[in-house]
Design a protein around this ligand. Structure first.
Ligand SMILES: C[S@@+](CC[C@H](N)C(=O)[O-])C[C@H]1O[C@@H](n2cnc3c(N)ncnc32)[C@H](O)[C@@H]1O
Length: 231
């Protein structure tokens, strides 16, 4: 059964705009495109994208608490995050970040940008407290939905039924969806990937596994792209 979101056990950890562009092969955005980052957490993608004039809405159950509480939780989980990356160092490709400590610095910089915006008097990005599998958005409110390091990565924690419900909901509110990575936390290809693709094909969606120019988890250089099949 899927776990309900619980702030006390949440592990807020966030990535940057540049990293998202690499995960999702976002070379360019269609003018006026509306993007939803779902499970956005303390990523700086939304604020950095908004500063570039793009329209990005970040959604996460985490946004029901204050920036101060999120900042304290980041400090609490930080030693464990660094220790676990160091322990599993051989499972990652270090060409891009160099060392676990340098990678932590990249993450902390992204999260500081998020916290400054989320906790500021006038937020530049839009943040909505919401949890899959049910989103408070109208049908087709977005052109593109992104799921970075949530769906498929937590395949052991969230079952196939949750994933299918969540993806159908994302495809209700957005015309297309991209998910990265396709590996679970153990670095294995998600066991839900192919059953999901089959179910989505039955719903009339086409999905494609796309190779991207980013690899941190070894073998984690692919994303899933899903959209309505052309008539
Ligand atoms: C590992 S973080 C990834 C954050 C960000 N997307 C990134 O790549 O930097 C996973 C996020 O999923 C969020 N999350 C957990 N349960 C969720 C749910 N049911 N619906 C949407 N997001 C959820 C968590 O709060 C957390 O912020």
């Amino acid at each position: 059964m899927p776990q309900a979101f619980d702030f006390k056990t949440a592990v807020p950890w966030g990535r940057s705009f540049t990293e998202y562009c690499a995960f999702f092969a976002l070379d360019e955005f269609a003018p006026g495109a509306k993007v939803l980052d779902c499970g956005a957490g303390p990523s700086s993608f939304a604020v950095e994208a908004t500063e570039r004039g793009l329209s990005v809405c970040a959604a996460d159950p985490l946004y029901s608490v204050s920036a101060d509480r999120i900042a304290r939780r980041i400090e609490e989980v930080r030693p464990t995050m660094l220790a676990s990356i160091r322990q599993a160092q051989a499972r990652f490709v270090w060409d891009h970040y160099g060392t676990p400590k340098k990678q932590e610095a990249v993450r902390l910089a992204a999260m500081q940008r998020f916290l400054a915006d989320f906790g500021g008097d006038q937020r530049s990005a839009q943040y909505v407290a919401a949890a899959l599998p049910s989103l408070p958005f109208r049908d087709r409110a977005f052109d593109l939905a992104l799921s970075s390091h949530f769906l498929l990565l937590y395949s052991k924690q969230f079952d196939l039924a949750f994933h299918l419900e969540a993806i159908r909901e994302l495809l209700r509110v957005a015309r297309s969806l991209r998910i990265f990575p396709l590996l679970d936390l153990d670095g294995r290809r998600s066991q839900h990937l192919e059953p999901l693709r089959q179910a989505l094909a039955g719903d009339g969606f086409e999905s494609e596994v796309v190779r991207v120019d980013y690899e941190f988890q070894k073998g984690g250089n692919e994303m899933l792209r899903v959209e309505l099949r052309a008539q």
